[in-house]
Design a protein around this ligand. Structure first.
Ligand code: AMP
Length: 215
């Protein structure tokens, strides 16, 4: 099974795809957003940056990423969800991964129309413990019990940055900073694109399954 890097605009489904790989194939899921949100509970200035939708500085994020990759359980494949987000981070990641001898990587770009992403912002809820994502406006993604996580029973919350103003900034940042990475990985030959506009995700997940087991 290949290690996976997800590149996607906010609300595209990185979390849902990651949950699937974690449950079905035993992947380790490293979400830089979740790591930072946890850290921000003791760091007011970090909390403000996350709420604004701006990117956190490389001095903060790079050591965190290097640490989780270095200390991971090596027998399992891993997912990077939310990193890299800039070309500079992508180049740094190449150095980290080649230094650790991690070569089997596929980069999955998740492609979704902006209007669909906006629809999803309004209803998203996440578990405050295991970070599973739900959407109150999409039947297939509603929790079984209101405001309670189906997986671990913890409380569901609305992320501080799940509002239209923050979404617009995050989307703009994605277009400006993250999409050039797509060209970078395309040139390297390790990029795959999955369209995830459908509400029925079976098709996208089937494609994802094919991608991670390619030789
Ligand atoms: P996410 O959960 O992936 O949507 O990330 C939430 C927020 O965490 C982003 O809007 C950024 O403020 C911050 N963040 C996550 N990953 C990175 C990264 N690779 N570089 C800089 N900031 C990041």
């Amino acid at each position: 099974m290949k290690n996976v890097i997800f590149l996607a605009p906010p609300l595209a489904g990185k979390g849902t795809f990651s949950d699937y790989l974690e449950k079905e194939f035993g992947y380790l899921h490293f979400s830089t957003g979740s790591i930072l949100r946890e850290k921000s509970q003791q760091d007011e200035s970090l909390k403000k940056i996350l709420e604004s939708g701006e990117l956190v500085k490389d001095e903060i994020i790079l050591p965190l990423v290097e640490e989780v990759i270095k200390t991971r359980e090596k027998s399992k494949p891993f997912i990077l969800d939310g990193f890299p987000r800039t070309l500079q981070q992508a180049k740094k990641l190449d150095i980290i991964l080649s230094g650790l001898g991690v070569l089997d990587v596929v980069v999955v770009s998740i492609d979704v129309e902006k209007e669909t992403l906006i629809d999803r912002v309004i209803g998203r809820k996440v578990c405050n413990k295991c970070y599973r994502s739900y959407n109150l406006n999409i039947l297939a993604f509603k929790p079984k019990v209101n405001d309670v996580c189906d997986s671990c029973g913890s409380k569901l919350i609305t992320r501080d940055d799940d509002n239209l103003a923050s979404f617009q900034i995050r989307y703009k940042t994605y277009l400006e900073s993250t999409s050039p990475i797509i060209a970078y990985y395309k040139k390297k030959g390790c990029l795959r694109v999955i369209h995830n506009d459908e509400l029925d995700q079976t098709k996208s997940l089937n494609i994802l399954r094919g991608v991670i087991s390619e030789h």
